[in-house]
Design a protein around this ligand. Structure first.
Ligand SMILES: [Fe+2]
Ligand SMILES: [Fe+2]
Length: 603
């Protein structure tokens, strides 16, 4: 089960670009993007430490890294950077800087005592955690703070800045990294951009009203040495692997073919032709290097993408990857020009698990006409771990080398507020989404008689509403589906903002089905309109959740709109078949057992 988290860092990224946010008075609303992890002021230092470790230690020693070993590889200069340059800002008057340090952390940040911070009797509490308060006085001018830890303790410290003695409250400026921003220290304030629902419930009066400097929990990963190194089970080679198709544009006329190799494979291409034809066309692939230096046995891979455009609708094509073939030539089929039916398989929360391959295989046995696989988020366990993506593409390859993947962003794909670089690097997707958030995080396409709208609910919800309405209003598709990760209606978590912003549009423009995940339960609602159950699917939207990792404790009693509350211990997916007259949705496990089934007639 994933916790109830919302990725405000991503929200803030959009907010900063476009001047939107939770409220215009919210000082957090004016913060630049946290799209990449390489904004870290200590990134170069950490990289040099890792390089020295790799030069001296075996992989086994790296995997068994402990604090004493870390110390052997840190120079005095490194120590100074890690103690002073991780988080910096300026104060324009003498300031008392308070560090709220999670009492559950094994040991305080190594620099706290040596930098002269003193433990106070004060305690700060959120709904989940207790923090002890360390303080130090600074003159007007620069203030520099150090790392959270050498492991990955996610409950990161946060900061408040107050006056000294009877002086005035200092203004805080020049915050680096700028994503931290500032707020006001008080009950109800949020201290983690990537968990905005978590707020302070107990703030000592001595700290109330001070400048609060929140952070993102993912920053704990920046100096992650102890337990931070990994090995991929699937190191790259010169031979293409992880082959996957996506639709970068109109499914009738385009397809992107992507694969990965070792860095030494500097170029690649796709040769393709209409099935049954003799001559091949050739399209060169672009490529990008993807680095994850904590993967000991394969720190860099090259991602290749060949984009084919100008294809004929409803046509079978064959292709082969060069220069080192991935195997015999493969095939795919473009979408029909004006079809009246579509079948697809829908998964959610695959979390890099091997069950994905078995589910996709079973779905194709049930309906060989399946055109694509939609996955509503949490494709991997940790979006910043490339080895998780290695597994995901290995498990999907047998399916995805012939049929596109239609991915949706989940909180695990952009975990801990550090951005979604690997998700975005790995997929070539339509760039027709909301301009208020980064491209490819939301998009829409029509396949035959059905509109598919993909939204990114880890981003600002309201920022996508205008685009969503435009797409729904302008579509004349017979069926309309919306896909996004957090469920507006479920027996577990609650998303009133999604209901307010998006579900009202689903009512207005009659979206037939909303497909979500996240709660790791198989659930289906009655038709819902305006938050109330209606009897006829023609009058409301049916909300469904599936779970392809097979957890789910179940919840009793279900709220009145939930009619399916099975909690399978096995992973499931849905085979969804739509034509002009009706839709058939069937939840199956890898053995083919049906867990839920629904027929909806279209009038
Ligand atoms: Fe999940
Ligand atoms: Fe999730």
């Amino acid at each position: 089960m994933t916790p109830s988290i919302r990725h405000l860092a991503a929200v803030l990224a959009a907010s900063a670009t476009l001047g939107i946010g939770a409220s215009s008075a919210d000082p957090l609303a004016a913060r630049p993007a946290a799209q990449r992890a390489d904004w870290s002021p200590i990134g170069g230092t950490v990289q040099r430490i890792i390089t020295r470790m790799r030069q001296s230690l075996s992989h086994a020693q790296m995997l068994a890294m402990d604090r004493a070993t870390v110390e052997r590889f840190i120079t005095d200069d490194d120590r100074s950077v890690l103690a002073n340059r991780y988080w910096t800002f300026r104060v324009d008057a003498p300031a008392t800087v308070s560090i709220m340090r999670h009492t559950g952390q094994e040991e305080p940040p190594f620099w706290l005592k040596t930098r002269g911070f003193k433990l106070t009797p004060l305690k700060v509490r959120s709904q989940e955690y207790e923090y002890e308060v360390w303080q130090k006085q600074f003159p007007a001018g620069p203030v520099g703070l150090g790392i959270n830890c050498f492991n990955r303790h996610r409950v990161h410290y946060f900061v408040s800045v107050g006056p000294q003695g009877g002086g005035r409250q200092p203004r805080v400026t020049d915050i680096v990294p700028a994503l931290h921003g500032q707020s006001v220290m008080r009950k109800g304030a949020s201290m983690y951009h990537d968990w905005s629902d978590l707020t302070l419930v107990d703030v000592p009066k001595e700290l109330e009203g001070q400048v609060l400097l929140p952070t993102i929990r993912g920053r704990a990963r920046e100096a992650h040495f102890v337990g931070g190194f990994r090995q991929t089970a699937l190191p790259s080679t010169l031979r293409p692997s992880g082959v996957a198709l996506t639709w970068p544009d109109d499914p009738k006329t385009s397809v992107a073919i992507q694969w990965r190799t070792s860095p030494a494979a500097r170029e690649g291409w796709v040769e393709w032709r209409r099935a049954g034809y003799r001559s091949w066309s050739r399209t060169e692939a672009s490529n990008v290097m993807v680095a994850d230096h904590r993967i000991l046995n394969d720190p860099e891979v090259r991602l290749h993408t060949a984009t084919l455009a100008g294809l004929r609708p409803d046509t079978a094509y064959e292709y082969r990857i060069g220069p080192v073939p991935a195997g015999p030539f493969e095939s795919f089929r473009t979408a029909p020009a004006a079809g009246t039916s579509v079948s697809f398989v829908w998964l959610s929360d695959t979390h890099s698990k091997a069950d994905t391959a078995r589910l996709l295989e079973r779905a194709l046995l049930i309906d060989p006409g399946i055109a694509f696989a939609a996955i509503t988020g949490d494709l991997v366990g940790t979006g910043q771990f490339r080895d998780d993506w290695d597994l995901f593409f290995a498990h999907t390859e047998a399916f995805a080398k012939r049929r596109p993947i239609v991915p949706t962003m989940g909180n695990h794909d952009t975990i801990d507020g550090l951005g979604a670089d690997l998700f975005l690097s790995h997929f070539a997707l339509p760039r027709n989404g909301a301009r208020t958030i980064a491209p490819e995080r939301s998009y829409a396409f029509t396949y035959a008689n059905t509109l598919f709208v993909i939204l990114d609910c880890t981003e600002d919800i309201a920022a996508q509403t205008g685009w969503l309405e435009g797409v729904l209003r302008s579509s004349n598709a017979r069926w309309k589906l919306a896909l996004f990760h957090f469920p507006p209606y479920s027996t577990d978590e609650d998303y009133p903002d999604i209901r307010q912003e998006w579900c009202t549009l689903f009512d207005r423009y009659h979206v037939d089905f909303v497909l979500s995940g996240h709660v790791h339960q198989l659930e289906r609602s009655h038709p819902v309109r305006g938050g109330k159950v209606v009897s006829d699917p023609a009058d409301g939207t049916i909300y469904l959740m599936t779970v392809s990792v097979g957890q789910g404790p179940g919840v009793t009693p279900p709220p009145p709109w939930a009619i399916v509350k099975t909690a399978p211990i096995v992973p499931v997916c849905h085979v969804i078949q739509i034509n002009d007259r009706g839709a058939h949705l069937r939840a199956i496990d890898a053995a083919g057992k049906t867990w839920d089934e629904l027929n909806v007639t279209k009038r």
